[in-house]
Design a binder for this molecule. Structure first.
Ligand code: TMP
Ligand code: ASP
Length: 232
């Protein structure tokens, strides 16, 4: 029996026989608006595991250290065990989502230079937007870790934007989580259609979780198409 260490909204994390390693199991459960909206996206877990595995592999090849070790099965990823830094790091190339809503900016406008935002990872508070000074106040990360996070987040963007572009997709924005492993900051969690905004480069069609958030239909089809373009 493997021990369940943690269950989140979209994943379960299990212990392995190595204290340093965990298995991330990707579920089909989907939530939005801090779990006020719930549903199932058939085979989402398979898509997200495969897409995240491919993207972590790519990032490793490009010198970004991640928790990824190997894809074990359709829904399982072997990863390094980390202590998650409780900050959701959002990188934005194009105005959309909460940025458009909060500041009244026009959706679809290019952001130059890219915007890196921090949100406090706390479901009870609804993951509020925070500044670096709040990070310091709450001791969520040291100033040098904050610098490292920003540098790595921008590097991830530099690697992923052209990768998606070559596959006829626009990487609008995405969310990253980092963790500490043996005193080193590494990229953790997942990068998938759940955690990115991806638009078709030609038609502008939404290919990510916004289809679920906004009840746009053809959710499974969009996830399968991302899988095909990323891994196919
Ligand atoms: P936002 O525009 O709603 O702030 O979302 C920015 C990006 O972060 C978008 O690509 C979706 C992703 N995201 C998550 O991965 N988890 C979340 O809980 C939220 C709110 C957004
Ligand atoms: N995953 C988040 C939740 O349910 C929200 C989102 O992705 O929109 O709470």
């Amino acid at each position: 029996m493997t021990k369940l260490l943690y269950e989140g909204k979209a994943k379960k994390v299990f212990a392995t026989d190595k204290p340093d390693h965990v298995v991330q199991y990707f579920k089909d459960d989907a939530t939005a608006f801090n779990a006020q909206k719930r549903g199932t996206i058939v085979d989402k877990g398979v898509v997200n595991n495969k897409v995240a595995s491919r993207l972590f592999q790519l990032l490793e090849e490009q010198g970004v250290q991640t928790h990824f070790i190997e894809q074990l099965s359709d829904r399982e990823m072997l990863a390094k065990k980390v202590a998650i830094v409780p900050i959701e790091v959002v990188v934005r190339n194009i105005v959309a989502g909460s940025l458009a809503k909060r500041l009244g900016l026009k959706e679809g406008e290019k952001i130059e230079p890219v915007l890196v935002e921090f949100y406090y990872k706390d479901d009870a508070l609804g993951d509020p937007l925070i500044t670096e000074e709040h990070v310091r106040l709450m001791k969520l990360a040291t100033p040098s870790v904050v610098e490292d996070i920003k540098k790595q987040a921008r590097r991830v963007n530099e690697v992923l934007v052209p990768f998606f572009k070559e596959r006829n997709m626009v990487l609008v924005d995405f969310k990253l989580e980092f963790g500490i492993h043996h005193n080193k900051l590494i990229l953790a969690d997942e990068i998938s259609p759940d955690t990115c905004r991806i638009w078709d480069a030609k038609t502008g069609d939404v290919m990510d979780k916004d289809r679920f958030r906004k009840d746009m239909g053809k959710i499974e089809e969009a996830y399968q198409e991302v899988l095909k373009r990323v891994c196919g």
